[in-house]
Design a protein around this ligand. Structure first.
Ligand code: SF4
Ligand code: SF4
Length: 91
């Protein structure tokens, strides 16, 4: 399940650099999470890092993006594979 930033976000900029998958970006008004890139931090950390650092607790699970742990691990592997490929290309 990907995470979702609600409109209580105060644009404090704290979560964006914490995301290991570069899934968080500034949207039109508040920060947003790309659900295709969010693994709940599976593969990187024990807990969703954005949720841990958010000072106003405005990050929730996205009920429209349901995935179990094996699916999240597949997503993690796909994303890290892409990063490895990008790294090789820039060498
Ligand atoms: Fe990024 Fe992890 Fe937050 Fe998902 S849960 S947006 S992967 S920091
Ligand atoms: Fe918004 Fe929370 Fe991220 Fe700050 S940490 S930008 S309040 S979602």
């Amino acid at each position: 399940m990907a995470l979702l930033i609600t409109d209580e976000c105060i644009n404090c900029d704290v979560c964006e650099p914490e995301c290991p998958n570069n899934a968080i970006y500034m949207g039109e008004e508040i920060y947003e999470i790309d659900p295709a890139r969010c693994t709940e931090c599976v593969g990187h950390h024990d807990e969703p890092q954005c949720k841990v650092v958010c000072p106003v607790e405005c990050i929730e699970f996205n009920p429209e993006w349901r995935e179990d742990r094996p699916q999240l691990l597949v997503k993690f592997e796909r994303l890290t594979g892409q990063q490895a490929e990008a790294g090789q290309q820039s060498d």
